[in-house]
Design a protein around this ligand. Structure first.
Ligand code: NAD
Ligand code: MG
Length: 306
């Protein structure tokens, strides 16, 4: 059976099941995609919930922007939000047009409005433009998911050039300041901001020195913004994924030789699939998490985390 066919037959996320066996432990063949990588070219295919995520009306009528919503965790979140009743804008890099079109189609097929906004978040003015465009086209904004990220593995500090260092900080953390600042004028009480951090914020990965540092900064930013915005009725929280099978990994996100074992050392013994992250974002976006502020949900297969 092809991976797509396997994903087509999966039960929905509310079906009682053994988390060890929900997905097979994958052993991705060594592969190399140019950055930022395409979901369409991943081997094996990742599960973004296209066939399985079942909504229960938890985000009815909400308007969301998900950065990096074309693939991986962002795509799974965008699809789940639409299935829960939200209209969704996704941002992505122009090279990711095929992935973005697929996710936009899934959102539309779920009966919700889809807005696709290409552009580079390393560009300061785009960070404001993407938020304003999403709010214009959706007729408002009440959920911002800061999820786009850049991750390039290098052997050591001596191999980390200034271009990579600056780009990683631009995309992962400086853009988050800028999109959040631009969103403030749109967000009404009850709105939520959700930032994607990582297990490596707590357990730094040596080949990901720059990336891990940005994720630690995201944690601090999240808690600080949560404090600043709580009295306005805007909740800010984070999701910290462990090893999840997405295009980030084979586009230089991991040393090539480590791909076949990706995620196997977690207590669950397998990598996570993007759609397994979606319920955490849905929970933090929905009014049911009204007293959850400045928190981090760890979705990492059991890796010890604070
Ligand atoms: P992904 O490649 O599917 O998504 C990352 C997205 O970031 C890309 O689709 C791209 O649209 C966007 N992006 C990258 N550079 C950009 C730029 N310059 N301008 C605009 N957009 C840009 O991979 P993913 O794993 O789903 O990553 C989503 C988030 O999850 C990232 O923040 C990543 O750090 C985080 N994360 C991933 C893992 C994992 O194991 N996959 C683990 C922990 C955290
Ligand atoms: Mg992508």
């Amino acid at each position: 059976m092809s991976d797509d066919d396997a994903h087509r037959t999966r039960t929905d996320q509310l079906h009682f099941q053994d988390p060890v066996a929900r997905y097979p432990s994958i052993s991705p063949p060594k592969q190399d995609q140019p950055e930022p990588g395409l979901d369409a070219d991943l081997v094996p295919k990742a599960d973004i919930g296209e066939f399985s995520y079942r909504g229960t009306g938890r985000l009815t009528g909400r308007k969301a922007l998900v950065t990096g919503g074309d693939s991986g965790i962002g795509a799974a979140t965008a699809i789940a939000f639409a299935r829960e009743g939200a209209d969704v804008a996704i941002s992505y890099l122009p090279d990711e047009q095929p992935d973005a079109e697929k996710v936009a189609r899934i959102i539309s097929d779920s009966g919700r409005k889809a807005v696709a906004i290409p552009g580079d978040l390393a560009n300061a003015s785009f960070c404001a433009d993407v938020v304003n465009k999403a709010a214009d086209e959706l007729g408002g904004l009440d959920i911002l998911v800061n999820n786009a990220g850049k991750q390039i593995a290098v052997d050591g500090l001596e191999d980390l050039d200034d271009d990579q260092l600056e780009q990683t900080f631009q995309v992962n953390i400086l853009a988050m300041f800028r999109t959040t600042r631009a969103a403030l004028k749109h967000l009404q009480p009850g709105s939520t901001i959700i930032n994607t951090t990582s297990i490596v914020a707590y357990q730094p990965s040596p080949p990901l020195l720059d990336y891990s540092s940005t994720k630690a900064a995201i944690n601090n930013f999240t808690k600080n913004m949560a404090t600043q915005l709580a009295s306005k009725g805007i909740r800010v929280n984070a999701v910290a994924p462990g090893p999840i099978w997405t295009p980030l990994q084979p586009s230089d996100g991991q040393p090539k030789e480590e791909l076949p074992e990706f995620g196997q050392s977690t207590p669950l013994g397998r990598a996570g699939q993007p759609t397994e992250l979606a319920p955490a974002y849905v929970f933090l976006a929905s009014p049911e998490s009204s007293y959850v502020v400045g928190a981090t949900i760890h979705v990492n297969g059991g890796m010890p985390s604070p």
